[in-house]
Design a protein around this ligand. Sequence first.
Ligand SMILES: Cc1cc2nc3c(=O)[nH]c(=O)nc-3n(C[C@H](O)[C@H](O)[C@H](O)COP(=O)(O)OP(=O)(O)OC[C@H]3O[C@@H](n4cnc5c(N)ncnc54)[C@H](O)[C@@H]3O)c2cc1C
Length: 299
Amino acid sequence: MLDLGCMLGEQMPQLKILQHQPLAPYTSFRIGGPARLLALPEKEAELSGLLQFVHAYAVPLRILGGGSNVLIPDEGIDALVVRLPADGGIRVEGRNITVAAGCSKAALAQAAASAGLSGLEFAHGIPGTVGGGIRMNAGAYGGEMCGVVQSVTALDPQGQAHFLVNEELKFSYRHSFFSENPGWIITSAKFMLMPDDPEVIYARMRELAARRREKQPLEYPSAGSVFKRPEGYFAGKLIEDAGLKGLTIGGAQVSQKHAGFIINRGGATAQDVRRLVSEIQETVYVRFGVKLECEIEMW
Ligand SMILES: Cc1cc2nc3c(=O)[nH]c(=O)nc-3n(C[C@H](O)[C@H](O)[C@H](O)COP(=O)(O)OP(=O)(O)OC[C@H]3O[C@@H](n4cnc5c(N)ncnc54)[C@H](O)[C@@H]3O)c2cc1C
């Protein structure tokens, strides 16, 4: 078998690469076995080189943002996992903010608030990065990424840069152009926001944070809502009405606080979560005839 780690190290000596690195610490579920290779680029130029390598050697590629919407298998993943750098510039120009895709949504929302720009309050409490949020068209409390993203820069699987405007991003509920094109990497995004009083924006963010703390089991590792909202229903309500609150398999449990969440009570495996997901889907289907579709991505 090719020693891809060595080859990549020779071609890109500056790039930080880890071999057989457990991915659990890189996810909000705290679950997941090792990646064959984990690359931690610091600059966009490194990303383009990485994609050229991936293309040349047909290496399977996975992109990790904040790891807050993925379930990584216990046996790990035989791929090159690329984790975008957590920090990058945030540039405010008039009503626009441009940000690196690896920046957290929380930091972006803070920057918008302090610049007196409203529209990202909903995103403040959503874990993970801007890139992951755009890919998932993340949303909460009436706001959604598609409502504030003006344009995106991204690299295609060959490492070529592209500029895509909102209308090209095929946004729909928890879906975007990037859901259909998983080999693309979002590198930055530009947001269009509305001027408002920073104090009013901060107050809205505080109010939404309080609502999250009250309703969500934020004290446990999780990946947020496990299922998409089925048309005409709420997944959490169906699960609760099916009597599944508290159902436990291994270390994974249907949260007592919010039945839409599966929490890791300690030592949960991906297998525990998968079995719990199947049990929930089956029971809810038998009781209510509703098919629950996963929002979390199972790698
Ligand atoms: C406590 C909690 C609360 C949550 N609340 C909400 C909520 O209110 N609303 C909501 O929508 N979600 C919520 N989530 C789910 C999750 O936080 C969001 O989906 C988030 O936007 C995922 O971002 P991420 O960076 O963690 O993505 P990851 O989980 O790292 O990745 C998700 C997908 O995006 C891809 N991806 C990541 N970065 C890029 C990139 N730069 N370019 C291309 N593809 C990329 C990955 O390959 C993967 O397919 C919650 C999760 C938790 C743990």
